[in-house]
Design a protein around this ligand. Sequence first.
Ligand SMILES: Nc1ncnc2c1ncn2[C@@H]1O[C@H](COP(=O)(O)OP(=O)(O)OP(=O)(O)O)[C@@H](O)[C@H]1O
Ligand SMILES: [Mg+2]
Length: 286
Amino acid sequence: MSIQIRNLTKNYDTEGTEPVCALSGAGLDIHSGDFVGVMGQTGCGKSTLMQLIAGLITPSEGSVVIDGMDIFSSSCDYSRLRSSVGVVFQYPESQLFETTVGKDVAFGLRHLPLEPKEKRERVRWALSSMGFDPDVIEDVSPLGLSGGERRRVAIAGILAVKPAYLLLDEPIAGLDPEGRIRFMDFLRARNEEGTTIIMISHNADCLAEYANRIIVLEAGRIIRDATPEELFCDVEWVHDHGLEVSQAAHLAARLRKDGWEIPPGVFRQNDLKDAILRTLPGVPEH
Ligand SMILES: Nc1ncnc2c1ncn2[C@@H]1O[C@H](COP(=O)(O)OP(=O)(O)OP(=O)(O)O)[C@@H](O)[C@H]1O
Ligand SMILES: [Mg+2]
């Protein structure tokens, strides 16, 4: 189980002007069980890369092979692709169009070979995973929900399909801090069960805590493929490329400059807390 991306290039045709090169020669192997974060400045090609991996747009050059399936070949089985790759778009709330929340979440299940009872259970499971009470929300019209709620409903619709690969484009942008942690913990649980996750985010703290690998894009090119530790401990490199490291990595670097004995490799909140405690006199090791 893997995704192999080779020489992936996308030029968008624009009327009257030069085509825009959004992605250039990207090569990447994503392994089953990965939790990959994708970072990069605005306009660097992140959404383009994700839409290509999902087969939603066609490349100008290159290939994407998912579990042996060349997704741009004429023989690609699109229904298999749709059920194994789930995509949460950058603004998923605009995808809702059914008359009730329950119908909307069930939409992606309509072609899956599941009993009606299991479909209903999946809808309820996905809604509660996104923090809703299914009894309360199922029959409500999506039109009456707030933007953040609509986003959670749209994400529930993708989760209900239980895809092997979950691609998420800025999924936490509209969530409040508590909802964000709940959602990220939920993603981690799915990842531990075997779902491969690729998540675009500007939130370095979330990627530091949850991803096992981070891809950095710049002007349509993949310029780094590293563990969160390698990336976020390379504070200068990250800043030179116009990005932020996690707050813990930032603070660790700052404290070291001020003479604190913070060991290398600290980039997560808890590790920083432990490192600070260890520098304080009289605090027992634990
Ligand atoms: N449909 C399109 N037609 C023309 N140009 C496009 C199209 N979609 C994207 N682009 C251009 O391609 C480049 C990459 O866009 P993309 O949306 O992939 O970036 P991004 O990294 O997701 O940005 P953001 O962080 O703002 O979401 C940008 O210059 C963008 O303007
Ligand atoms: Mg984008």
